[in-house]
Design a protein around this ligand. Sequence first.
Ligand SMILES: *Cc1c(COP(=O)(O)O)cnc(C)c1O
Length: 220
Amino acid sequence: MSDLTDSFTTISQELKEKNVSLVAVSKTKPADMIEAMYKKGQFDFGENYVQELVGKQQELPEDIRWHFIGHLQRNKVKYIAPFIHMIQSVDSEKLLREVNKQALKFERRIDCLLQVHIAEEDTKTGLDENEITTLLPKLSQFSNVQVKGIMGISTLTDDQQKVKDEFKRLKTIFDHCNQSEFVQNSWNTLSMGMSADYKMAIEKGSTMVRIGSLLFGARQ
Ligand SMILES: *Cc1c(COP(=O)(O)O)cnc(C)c1O
């Protein structure tokens, strides 16, 4: 445990200097590990599974900012809508519409990121550049969500050049959207970079990294 605590201190210091936000990805890890990191000053945590997240949210301090980063089914939005801080994995207009509906119901505003499909390998999760361009003019319809940027997951590979190229593309798409008349000052979050590649992601312009195993230890 003390090794992991050290790595939190080192990484959070490094990110602070670079003005990059840290989402500590706590999926599969117990609540007491999250609480220990919270007590060291970490408020943003990322989870992938609705049921697991709801359980932890009930157990842990109320001022934790929870980020949903996994695939989200529309019929489950209602379970996290009362408390979720940011949904990073919005991969369709239909999902965005449902998030808005639930946010309205709970009289909240929910921050969202559009998940961009960038890695070659996985079965297509996320939007491509055309779909994003089509979605931007519609964002003003959604009164209770604020779309703040994009999220991308790089290909799991040892090929550093490939990962670098993917981060460059995400940054290009992010900048391109930023010039659109349909996004206002709220467009400020480029979420890319995980344990294995966060340094390179920051070099390429990431403003938010999602780090799990490097902080909490390997997952089963
Ligand atoms: C699990 C996960 C992470 C964290 O991965 P690590 O390699 O443990 O840092 C980041 N982003 C998403 C979308 C994830 O599912």
